[in-house]
Design a protein around this ligand. Structure first.
Ligand code: ADP
Ligand code: MG
Length: 236
């Protein structure tokens, strides 16, 4: 039954005609695995916000997305759901290593994302790690290669890339740059470029930002491929 669901999902998600369906309003209308759907329902997420409605169909179809929507509009689920679905569809296991990376500007924001991931991804069997500094590096180094989804701040991720033996993201499927405008404001441009240079080119990238500045567009040009632009101005 699970295999049949998987085949059905792969077919539906790639079909962008559903993305053009303007009546999309609830998560259950998206081609999602039962594990993700139930995770969302259990966390009381039913109606999609505007940015979720506008970006999820493209992200689920494997497209790169540049999403601009203000704080509080629901960008977290707009990237966590595609991460869960992409890894589920490729039958990612703990042995496959790092499949998805979320880069966040601050420890607090990274922690919030991690909490939402634990809640919504609860029924999946992926391993997830939070790499934010201020914690014991050695203990992290022993576990980091077994993690499938990493939520990180740029400095700590680079530290692992430089210092952790065998750490690699060679199989990475999906990169998320969250709060891109703040990443740049905080001076992380060079770090991001160094990280991206360490990642496989053949991946999906989602970039979210509260504002669309020139520097965000420059970063997008370097990290995204033929992105779908999603800009939501109204209150979600
Ligand atoms: P952003 O990253 O755009 O600032 P968040 O992803 O942090 O926004 O979401 C802001 C708030 O909205 C959170 O409390 C979150 O739980 C809630 N939220 C997000 N999506 C939904 C949804 N589809 N239905 C109900 N609440 C939602
Ligand atoms: Mg956010």
């Amino acid at each position: 039954a699970e295999e049949a669901e998987l085949q059905e999902l792969k077919k539906k998600a790639k079909d962008l005609t559903y993305a053009k369906d303007t009546s999309l309003s609830q998560f259950t209308q998206l081609p999602l695995s039962t594990k993700t759907s139930e995770g969302l329902t259990k966390a009381n997420f039913v109606e999609m916000t505007d940015v979720q409605r506008a970006s999820l169909p493209f992200a689920l179809a494997g497209r790169d997305v540049l999403g601009a929507a203000k704080t509080g509009s629901g960008k977290t689920l707009a990237f966590l759901i595609p991460i869960l679905e992409t890894l589920y569809r490729t039958k990612w296991t703990q042995m496959d290593g790092v499949g998805a990376l979320v880069i966040s500007p601050t420890r607090e924001l990274a922690l919030q994302i991690f909490e939402v991931l634990k809640k919504v991804g609860k029924l999946h069997s992926f391993s997830a790690g939070l790499l934010i500094g201020g914690k014991d590096l050695k203990a992290e180094q022993e576990r980091v290669n077994k993690m499938n989804i990493l939520v990180c701040t740029p400095g700590r991720l680079l530290q692992h890339m430089d210092q952790t033996p065998d750490f690699n993201c060679d199989g990475l499927q999906l990169l998320v740059l969250d709060e891109a405008d703040r990443l740049l404001d905080l001076g992380f441009e060079k770090s991001i470029n160094a990280i991206v240079a360490n990642l496989p080119r053949d991946r999906q990238t989602l970039l979210f930002s509260a504002t669309q500045t020139k520097s965000v567009r420059d970063l997008a040009r370097l990290s995204l491929k033929d992105p779908e632009y999603v800009s939501v101005h109204a209150q979600a």
